[in-house]
Design a protein around this ligand. Structure first.
Ligand code: OOG
Length: 247
């Protein structure tokens, strides 16, 4: 039997010490349900330190990401206010960070069923997620990455816009003025609204509800790229403006 709290502590300490550890499945068998219990225990550790839940992130919602990471199932993780990026991200606090463009939804009221989630959306924005696997070489199996809160590290969103059809919005990721990834929101399960519904369903299935003020990151439309030091990153979403961050 995996010791959920010991595994959560190992990941949490690796995060705080900025140190990669061998993947958990190398030493203990881990199924998906136990992996989510480890994820939740890790979030509880953050909450005990005063962090507050800020939303949900979806992962592996696009082919590009599944192929890049060699996994083939949608996963989710939790965001806290301690992960909010601000105008800059200190990459010295991260092991091997990568950045990817995202579509973000702002939840306007409590979501009690997946069917009502779209009507609960108060805004949409272009965003980014900085991933930082706590595992050596950024290599993991599906249960490993679930336990590691889907590699969540930092996130940022641009200005909120009125909810709209985002089934085919262009996304561009620039580093130091150079385009490094381009994609379409259509790459996110055909429509990021599907990812939003999945987020609501998964949260409800785990006994949680999406809360007013929470952000849902629908998942990347492109592969993630290494986030270097002293970089200026700009993510542009067609019709959604841009969000920028420096390192
Ligand atoms: C896991 C997180 C994947 C996405 O958008 O697909 C993810 C990883 O690639 O490390 O957030």
């Amino acid at each position: 039997m995996a010791d959920v709290h010991a595994l959560a502590a190992a990941l949490d300490e690796a995060t705080r010490d900025v140190r990669a550890i061998p993947k958990l499945t190398g030493r203990t068998p881990l199924d998906v349900a136990t992996a989510y219990a480890v994820q939740r225990a890790g979030i509880e550790r953050r909450r005990r330190r005063g962090e507050r839940l800020a939303g949900v992130k979806m992962g592996f919602t696009s082919r590009a990401k599944m192929v890049q990471m060699g996994v083939d199932d949608v996963i989710w993780g939790l965001l806290t206010d301690g992960m909010a990026a601000g105008p800059s991200v200190d990459v010295s606090r991260l092991v091997h960070p990568r950045i990817e463009p995202e579509i973000a939804y702002l939840i306007g009221r409590e979501v009690r069923s997946a069917a009502e989630v779209e009507s609960a959306v108060a805004g949409v924005a272009v965003g980014f997620e900085v991933l930082d696997s706590r595992y050596e070489d950024f290599a993991f199996t599906l249960p490993d990455v679930i336990a590691d809160n889907a590699s969540a590290a930092r996130f940022g969103v641009g200005a909120w816009h009125a909810p709209r059809d985002l089934s085919n919005a262009g996304l561009l990721l620039e580093i130091d003025g150079r385009p490094v990834q381009t994609g379409s929101s259509a790459a996110i399960l055909g429509d990021p609204a599907r990812s939003l519904r999945a987020a609501a369903r998964l949260a409800l299935g785990a006994g949680m509800t999406l809360e007013p003020g929470w952000i849902v990151l629908a998942g990347a439309a492109t592969a993630a790229v290494p986030l270097p030091k002293d970089a200026h990153v700009r993510v542009v979403g067609a019709g959604l403006g841009a969000v920028e961050v420096t390192t």
